[in-house]
Write a protein that binds this ligand. Structure first.
Ligand code: SAM
Length: 249
């Protein structure tokens, strides 16, 4: 099992530290997009966390099943109204299987990058394909690697600098890795550090992983309201569709 970076300490502050992402203005378009793709079928969320997306999606009448590594994050989800209708399996979403098939599977907020090897990310695509109904879709929201912003020879990029939070990404270019360092103010003058490893990945590499798992790119946008994806886009929302039986099944 991979290391759990969302233990009690992170889970206790998760909703508060990402409060702006819980705003209905942010969540609404995500839920609209996913509910439309679910089209009356069920949805599988990889890295369901505290239910930021799963709860409003389930409230729309979509049956949601989640997978997550962190008991602490899922405990927060369980404590919220509406959680009783959501099944959660504790495990690694690259390999964990659940009962049933789904018309849509999704992983948002850069969470695919929590899989820190190419093998694990490719396994995740195969695992999703094995859970999708024919014609089912896999949706990924993830940042475009910001290497253009990193001067040659540098490894650190400050991505947030505020009174209560500093964020610094530390790049390991040879290994396509980055560690995200978050310094968060917890007490007067005191900052706590949480560092989390990611594997950054290019859209084209994800397309190849999808292809190897029997899926084809159907849509790529820079946001949930289908904003165009361009050379300047900082992230993408990509949808791959299962177009044949996954290889090896
Ligand atoms: C950034 S949070 C996102 C939570 C939620 N999807 C949201 O948008 O608020 C990432 C979640 O993915 C889970 N996670 C990370 N790597 C995982 C893995 N390999 N298998 C299962 N869950 C994982 C973490 O425990 C955490 O709950």
């Amino acid at each position: 099992m991979p290391e759990d970076y969302f233990g009690e300490r992170v889970a206790a502050r998760y909703d508060e530290s990402t409060a702006e992402l819980f705003d209905p203005v942010v969540v609404g378009p995500v839920v609209d997009f996913l509910a439309e793709l679910a089209g009356g079928g069920a949805a599988l969320e990889l890295g369901i966390g505290t239910g930021r997306i799963a709860l409003p999606l389930a409230a729309r009448g979509v049956r949601v099943h989640g997978i997550d590594l962190s008991e602490a994050m899922v405990a927060r989800l369980r404590a919220k109204p509406g959680a009783e209708g959501i099944d959660v399996t504790i495990g690694d979403f690259a390999t964990t299987t659940v009962d049933g098939t789904f018309s849509v599977a999704y992983v948002v907020f850069n969470t695919l990058g929590n899989l820190t090897t190419q093998a694990a990310q490719a396994a995740c695509f195969r695992n999703v394909a094995a859970h999708l109904e024919p014609g089912g879709c896999f949706v990924v929201e993830i940042g475009v690697p910001e290497l253009q912003r990193l001067p040659p020879g540098d490894t650190m990029r400050v991505f947030d600098a505020g009174e209560t939070h500093w964020g610094i990404d530390e790049y390991d270019i040879a290994n396509q890795g980055l560690v995200s360092h978050h310094f968060t103010r917890v007490d007067d003058g005191l900052f706590e550090l949480v560092s989390m490893p990611f594997r950054y990945v290019w859209p084209a590499e994800l397309d190849l992983m999808a292809e190897l798992a029997g899926m084809k790119l159907r849509e790529r946008w820079s946001g949930w309201q289908r904003e165009p994806f361009t050379s300047e886009s900082g992230k993408h929302v990509s949808v791959w569709q299962l177009d044949r039986e996954p290889p090896g099944t």
